[in-house]
Design a protein around this ligand. Sequence first.
Ligand SMILES: Nc1nc2c(ncn2[C@@H]2O[C@H](COP(=O)(O)OP(=O)(O)OP(=O)(O)O)[C@@H](O)[C@H]2O)c(=O)[nH]1
Length: 308
Amino acid sequence: MVPPKQSNTIDFDAAKLQRLGYASRTQPTLKPVSLAQLRQQLGMQLQTSLEVDRILDLFFREVQRLVPLGALSYQLASCDLRLELGERANHSAGYRLSHEGEYLGELIFRRSLRFSDDELGQLESLLASLLFPLRNALLYRAALQSALRDPLTDTGNRIAMNQAMLREVELARRNSQPLSVLMLDIDHFKQINDQHGHITGDEVLKAMAGALKNSLRNIDMIFRYGGEEFLVLLSNTNREAAQMVGERLRLAVLGLQHVVDNRAIELSISLGCATMLAGESVDSLQRRADNALYVSKREGRNRLSMAG
Ligand SMILES: Nc1nc2c(ncn2[C@@H]2O[C@H](COP(=O)(O)OP(=O)(O)OP(=O)(O)O)[C@@H](O)[C@H]2O)c(=O)[nH]1
């Protein structure tokens, strides 16, 4: 941990916190305790979960038995983790967390009153109880993620795809929202492998996945379900919007300049799109998108076909 610095900050993010629903969350009043008691209790409580957000939520709640806080924010950019709890305020004390040289993220306490030196000492002491549970939760999260991701393209794998399809179909049905699926496949990929070798083939796969991801919204999900086959799940997206996204993806890949031996490899994809029908099953939705992809291949490739 590096020493804290107090700072006065202008509260640009309060509106965002409110939107996320954290601002209105009221904290139950817990009985005050001594520092030693709280450290002991935290040591046990924080081991009851392996979820980062649950651990930080517990920590935020418990610490306030000793030091009143307005908000706690945590971020670890390398893991795409960002968490905001409570209501933001002007005064902050920030800590860079690390454990045996391993960086565990940045944690900031905030409130409207300045922190006293005593309070900062207490916060630092309590932070020590957070390090082990937080590190374990981060390791667990990384293990879970690697079980669900394709390491070459950093997209979801087939297991993640099956889980997401079930979840999104159920959510779309419950919320009466549209859901669309795009299935896509690189054209003549075998030729690329045959002419330039598998390593180049792998590089093309990576570059293509990157181009697809850059053309999607954060909430869209992309999975590699076969060698050179990808599925994109577009939540809350109707047929017309999905058709636009599909075209955007097709053009993004067409515009990719992948150069090997001073020559650009020509790349294109074929796509099939289906939008969920009332009461439709996961299998049927996927099958209709796959059939549409087959139509695109049959009709000459480098095109998008919409399922009827
Ligand atoms: N480099 C590389 N190649 C792969 C990977 N997975 C599958 N492939 C190759 O992808 C190629 C797929 O070939 P096909 O199914 O014939 O399809 P295609 O050549 O793309 O032809 P169309 O889809 O009909 O346009 C095969 O040569 C596989 O070996 C991978 O992870 N890396």
